[in-house]
Design a protein around this ligand. Structure first.
Ligand code: PRX
Length: 641
């Protein structure tokens, strides 16, 4: 694939190609000096005297340990103090284009955050307490995160599309005594009953909180539990509420993410390192320049929303657009209508959205003026070169830089990417490591692979934004990330490195699948399926899907006496939606009397993946199977679909 050079008319204000090489070298050779310098982007109450202090064996990661700061101060108060209070911090574009957009200045942001922080204090929230947020994509979601950061509470945002069951699990796992939600949310003209979902979560056995703070947004009727539920507008106050000085290693947030085994993990990020990492990556990767309008289409329920709607942009005093709706409502031109309306300069979205919109043709894009666009970002899953080209050529009129940013919930921020107009771009490749990032490809035995090669992607040195632990289970953190290849952080991704040192992420090599850019543990979907009383056993794998990237393929064995039927399919789909949420809805249900197992009873997922992919040539060795005829039957059913 040919590399596409930066357009000559655009220069990156912050980094040219030479600067990248020099800065990268410095970040590798003198990490302490480099990261202390980057830390100066933030305001510290007590500046740190050293940067990284870490080991991957034993696992112990600390950054800026003797510094103190507050990220709400850095994202909000600091800009007001520096006389930028008039500047727009957040543009809110509602779901319904007929509703008016809101422009929230940094002054107003500060008032709103202080008001909410006071409400939290009035409910008894203290430094170190976990607070669960279950919010629509409205500015109050950002206020709530920043209000927690302000008083030193640890936010745990749960995506508003998760079910009450999933929400309940996340509330109990981190021992959260407080929930912030809204009466309801809106998405593509539909109403999401958030408060009712919270009620359902809290009605479950063993799930109990002290208080639920409710934002009035849609105006829908809600049930009310006196003494527990409080409207935000009844609790706010404009009393002084100073930013709590936080030690750099004090927790900032927990965010649940799926792994290859067990329940979702509460990935924990701390204050100083995460702050420096998101501020620095946002600055370089989006090449943000004062006055520009930046729009990331993610939801604050995912890490992309945390790092690149809220913390990264606001700490850089950017104007960050928050969009409540979906790309397809009222029609497939909505994204571009919003770009035109708000003159968006920097746009960041996911390949799944690009593919879905590409299918609608060029006309919906072309009917809107996109001349304001300068940088186009992609995140969440590999972007196929065809979608990349459409994004670059049609959306960006072959004029904008495209940054394909690879990173993870656990990495806190962007790890591998090209920098706009500093690097040549290769469609489908994430590009080069960001400053301080030392990727390494290893074979399955941990042998280091050099040069142009393909293998398992590890990172050998810590970076400030790295997750510090899994909340309440440090051993699981060590097991998951540092035990496969001892002394290295293992990402779970496969990757190819080409002769120019560009990295091409090939996808997960573990039992995690990526559905529309959302990470899902196959084990989670399996556990949900077997909870159904007609299901005996289930095995779930990913398979290529044109729009979603990967679809969810479920092999299901029913209990004796049960028959498969269309009704049962619908019932199982509804059951999984109820247990996890709509994003986990199975795409394919494949009923089978048995699953391919080794003689010791282990399900051979490799074979199931191949059959789901319709790839029968490469099934590999099936001689270790207890009953090889199972495979023939599975293939036959698959082919007859
Ligand atoms: O497989 C990689 C994929 O998404 C995974 C991380 O998912 P999550 O923690 O939910 O974070 C998503 C947003 C950062 C990775 O292990 N992934 C993410 N970005 C890319 C990607 N795969 C290929 N290219 C990317 N740009």
């Amino acid at each position: 694939m040919d590399a596409i050079s930066p357009p000559a008319t655009h220069q990156n204000a912050h980094a040219k190609a030479e600067d990248y090489h020099a800065l990268y070298r410095q970040s590798a050779e003198e990490p302490d000096a480099f990261w202390l310098k980057q830390a100066e982007r933030l305001h510290w109450f007590v500046p740190p005297t050293r940067a990284g202090d870490w080991s991957f064996d034993p696992v112990d990661i600390k950054w800026y340990e003797d510094g103190t700061l507050n990220l709400c101060h850095n994202a909000v108060d600091r800009h007001v103090e520096e006389r930028h209070g008039d500047q727009t911090a957040i543009i809110f574009e509602p779901d319904d284009p007929a509703d008016e957009a809101r422009h929230i200045s940094y002054d107003e942001l500060k008032r709103e955050v202080v008001a909410m922080a006071n409400a939290l204090k009035a409910l008894g929230v203290k430094k170190g307490d976990r607070v669960t947020l279950y919010m629509p994509m409205i500015p109050e979601g950002a206020y709530a995160m920043l209000a927690c950061a302000r008083i030193g509470a640890v936010h745990s945002v749960v995506f508003g599309g998760f079910s009450p069951e999933a929400l309940a699990g996340r509330i109990t796992d981190c021992g959260s005594r407080f929930v912030i939600t809204a009466d309801a949310g809106k998405r593509g003209s539909k109403t999401v009953p958030l408060k009712a979902n919270v009620d359902a979560a809290l009605a479950q056995d063993g799930v109990d909180v002290d208080a639920v703070l409710v934002v009035k947004h849609v105006g829908s009727d809600v049930d009310w539990t006196e003494g527990r539920d409080h409207w935000l507008h009844d609790k706010v106050s404009d009393a002084a509420c100073p930013c709590e000085p936080m030690a750099a290693e004090d927790p900032l947030f927990i965010l649940y993410t799926s792994g290859s085994t067990g329940k979702p993990k509460g990935v924990l990020h701390t204050t100083g390192g995460y702050g420096v990492w998101t501020a620095t990556t946002f600055h370089y990767v989006f090449d943000y320049q004062p006055g520009e309008i930046y729009w990331c289409t993610a939801d604050i329920g995912w890490v992309t929303g945390h790092s690149y709607i809220v913390y990264g942009p606001l700490m850089n005093r950017a104007t960050s657009l928050m969009f409540e709706g979906v790309p397809s409502y009222p029609d497939a031109s909505r994204f571009w209508a919003v770009v035109e309306k708000h003159k968006v300069n920097l746009f960041y979205t996911a390949p799944t959205a690009i593919r879905a919109l590409m299918r609608e043709g060029d006309a919906p894009v072309q009917k809107h003026d996109r001349s304001s666009l300068r940088v186009l970002g992609s995140v969440g899953e590999p972007i196929n070169p065809e979608a990349w080209r459409w994004y670059y050529e049609v959306v960006g009129e072959s004029r904008c830089a495209v940054v394909d940013t690879w990173w993870q919930t656990e990495t806190g921020g962007i790890m591998i990417t090209t920098l706009p107009n500093a690097h040549a771009m290769k469609p489908g490749s994430a590009g080069k490591p960001f400053f301080g990032i030392q990727p390494q490809l290893v074979d399955n035995d941990g042998g280091v692979l050099e040069g142009a090669t393909e293998g398992n992607l590890c990172i050998t040195a810590s970076w400030p934004g790295q997750a510090r632990t899994v909340y309440g289970d440090h051993e699981r953190f060590i097991q998951t990330y540092f035990s496969t290849y001892k002394g290295k952080y293992f990402t779970g991704d496969g990757c190819r490195r080409d002769e120019d040192g560009y990295y091409w992420i090939t996808g997960r090599v573990d039992d995690v699948i990526n559905v529309s850019g959302h990470r899902m543990g196959t084990a989670e979907v399996e556990s949900a399926l077997v909870l159904h009383d007609k299901v005996c056993e289930a095995a779930v794998v990913g398979y290529p899907h044109d729009i979603k990237g990967q679809g969810i393929y479920c092999y299901v064995t029913l209990n004796a006496g049960e028959e498969s039927s269309d009704d049962l399919c619908a019932e199982l789909r509804a059951h999984v939606r109820k247990e996890i949420g709509p994003i986990a809805t199975p795409d394919h249900l494949h009923f089978t009397p048995g699953l391919p197992k080794t003689r010791s009873g282990k399900i051979m997922r490799r074979i199931l993946r191949k059959i789901a992919e319709n790839d029968y040539g490469a099934l590999g060795d099936t001689s270790t199977l207890a009953d090889p005829s199972v495979v023939d039957e599975l293939i036959e059913t698959r082919q007859n679909r």
